[in-house]
Design a protein around this ligand. Structure first.
Ligand SMILES: Nc1nc2c(ncn2[C@@H]2O[C@H](COP(=O)(O)OP(=O)(O)OP(=O)(O)O)[C@@H](O)[C@H]2O)c(=O)[nH]1
Ligand SMILES: [Mg+2]
Length: 647
């Protein structure tokens, strides 16, 4: 049976979970569609999701349409959980991008559309909520065309729009409006159409599967209007998932826990994975698979194996999100906005500190967005965040799952450091008080924005045992988590320029002797000292996140709002008049966004609509850049480091 891993993606509240539920019902997997508002859907299964009526974690269900088996991935829409969406995108064959035909194109619609294009995921639009007052499918179609730059081909017409009785009728593939749209991009269809010859349905179908055209269906996830048409489009117009023979290769896109412990969610690209197989994660040692469960329309079923194309929940493997088994065909680099705030988490009851650390560590394992930095000495947990909702959710999860009440303090804008120039440093074995049996030279250079940290072993392969290269990289990455001003350093290349080690030795009649042989820890512990010295030479610049804002203002408030934006350091790029309103867009430091959000309601009588999204990092101007206190020993002070981190 053909298999399709289909993501349901959209801006918050567009109706993803409701549509998923309706698809389950339409395909006969449930006898009654569940409701988000009553907290009875299959995919919003966490207590918290049901209480709040929002999706927090991506969840998989399965349906069968004809001879096509579909895994449905319902994803969150709130911008605080965007990283969860991006992880799902990595394993999809296709996606339904839901757009509300009342609210139209919204900020996350744009962000997700761009990501789908970048990764090359075939997409279908679903213009939802045609049963609600204010629905306007034509307006949404036009918006999708202009704001997304997409070519939607509407394959349904709606009657009774804006009322509960709204109905959707399928449009044939050789109908006039469809053919006219397709002819714009497809020569074969255009040639027949322009010469008044009948257009062949199979030509239209082939054209619609091309990337330039996006099939679109309208309907209602609540009444079910248009959902049958959507199923037909999914089965007819989407390319099915690719599968390959060969050794098993897969990508981990989620981690969770149930009553029996930790599960790793895996999309298998090629081969077959069986229980008791030993799998090797990128950079890890082989681990035995102890259980495999796959999603079927009836629920999760334990199986002896899983084959290419499928999604499975696997136990026994310690993989983290984003890791791969074998050699996957698609390694996509995540490019969604980084968290722009950070905060310290503390237990309300100081006696629960250990329980809090344990709980946070488990949550960080399930959700890399919880970018936890635990510092044993100061017993402090710092997390990086996208926003306030994420804080609330984290606090609720800690209380629900671990019985620990937490509070947040010291919320700051999360800055980064970029390398200003080039710097190099070297430590030789047993010289100048170096206590480790390792010698190491490193060069640090700036790389383009968005590059991340690239580590290059540099020296000829074979000169240094791979375990020592890996330990050096680990030490380098750990050191770069706190730059000269305490912020994480990114966008740089670190090259190994020299290395020295003492080979494994034993004294006569004895086993391996660590006192005269280099171990991996020697490189791991020496690397931060070399990094610190190289960074001192290169210099770093503290950069703050800058957001792009769009604000829709009543005309009479424009002057006061623009004055406020100016005072807060905003740069206006564009203004446009729309009805009695002025649309203003520009950029603004993230740190100032809360002040704008707080001031707007009063300045505009609650009439302004503001959206912001991360845009880029820019050096902090002015005298003293913000500084984060260092956690742990400082490798910039060699002697103190050598004392704190003995061999
Ligand atoms: N009238 C009407 N309401 C809808 C429709 N689809 C969804 N809703 C309502 O819109 C709200 C949000 O629906 P959800 O399905 O939770 O939306 P979502 O996209 O999953 O939301 P998040 O997961 O939080 O991003 C709920 O109150 C739904 O009842 C629709 O087609 N018509
Ligand atoms: Mg949802």
């Amino acid at each position: 049976m053909a298999l399709l891993n289909l993501g349901i993606v959209a801006h918050v509240d567009a109706g993803k979970t409701s549509l998923t539920e309706r698809l389950l019902y339409e395909a006969g997997a449930v006898s009654e569609p569940g409701s988000v508002d009553a907290g009875t859907t299959r995919t919003d299964s966490m207590d918290l999701e049901r209480r709040r009526g929002i999706t927090i974690r991506a969840a998989v269900t399965s349906i069968t349409i004809g001879d096509l088996s579909i895994n449905l991935l319902d994803t969150p829409g709130h911008p605080d959980f965007i990283a969860e969406v991006e992880r799902s995108l990595a394993v999809l064959d296709a996606a339904v991008l839901v757009v509300s035909s009342v609210e139209g194109v919204q900020p996350q619609t744009v962000a997700i559309w761009r990501a789908l294009r970048r990764i090359g995921v075939p997409t279908v639009f679903f213009f939802n909520k045609v049963d609600r007052g204010g629905a306007d499918v034509d307006r949404v179609t036009a918006q999708v065309r202009h704001r997304l730059g997409a070519r939607p081909v509407l394959l349904g017409t709606v009657t009774g729009q804006g009322r509960r009785e709204a109905r959707v009728q399928a449009v044939d593939l050789d109908a006039e409006p469809v053919v006219a749209e397709v002819a714009e991009v497809d020569d074969a269809v255009a040639a027949r159409w322009l010469t008044d010859r009948p257009v062949r349905v199979r030509d239209v179908r082939r054209a619609l599967r091309r990337a330039e055209l996006v099939p679109a269906v309208c309907g209602s996830a609540i009444t079910g209007a248009g959902v049958r048409q959507l199923c037909d489009v999914l089965a007819d117009l989407l390319p099915h998932g690719e599968t390959r023979d060969g050794p098993p290769a897969g990508t981990v896109f989620a981690v969770d826990r149930d009553g029996h412990g930790r599960r790793v969610w895996l999309r298998l690209w090629s081969g077959r994975l069986r229980v008791r197989d030993r799998v090797r994660l990128t950079g890890g040692r082989p681990e035995p698979v102890t259980e495999i469960a796959v999603i079927e329309p009836e629920g999760m079923l334990v199986r002896g194996s899983v084959s290419a194309g499928q999604i499975a929940a696997v136990r026994g493997v310690s993989a983290r999100i984003g890791q791969h088994i074998g050699d996957p065909p698609r390694r996509h680099a995540y490019r969604f906005p980084p968290p722009t705030r950070q905060a310290v988490v503390e237990p309300v009851d100081p006696a629960q500190r250990l329980a809090m650390f344990a709980g946070l560590a488990e949550l960080a394992d399930e959700d890399p967005l919880v970018d936890l930095r635990l510092d044993e000495q100061q017993a402090e947990a710092v997390i990086r965040l996208h926003g306030e909702v994420q804080k609330e959710v984290l606090a609720a999860l800690m209380e629900d799952r671990y019985g620990v009440r937490v509070r947040f303090s010291g919320t700051l804008t999360a800055c980064i450091e970029r390398v200003a120039g080039t710097g190099g440093a070297e430590e030789r074995v047993r010289e100048r008080g170096n206590p480790y049996l390792a010698g190491l030279g490193l060069r640090i250079e700036a790389a383009p924005a968005g590059h991340g940290i690239e580590f290059r072993p540099g020296i000829e392969p074979g000169r240094l045992p791979p375990a020592f290269v890996a330990a050096t990289e680990e030490g380098v990455r750990a050191a770069l988590r706190q730059g000269r001003h305490g912020w994480p350093v990114t966008d740089c290349t670190v090259t190994m320029t020299a290395s020295r080690y003492w080979p494994r030795q034993s004294r006569p009649h004895q086993k391996f002797d660590k006192s005269i042989s280099t171990v991996a820890a020697d490189f791991r512990n020496l690397a931060p000292v070399v990094v610190a010295a190289a960074l001192r030479q290169a210099g770093t610049r503290v950069c703050q996140p800058i957001e792009r804002f769009d604000v829709n203002l009543p005309r009479h408030t424009v002057e006061t709002v623009l004055a406020l934006l100016g005072r807060l350091g905003a740069v206006v790029h564009d203004t446009a008049v729309a009805g009695g309103y002025l649309e203003v867009s520009g950029t603004l430091p993230s740190a100032r966004v809360p002040r704008v959000v707080a001031a707007l309601p009063e300045l505009t009588g609650g009439e302004a609509v503001l959206t912001t999204t991360f845009d880029h990092y820019a050096p902090v101007s002015g005298e003293e850049p913000p500084r984060l206190p260092r956690r742990g020993p400082d490798p910039d002070d060699r002697e103190a480091w050598f004392r704190a981190v003995p061999r």
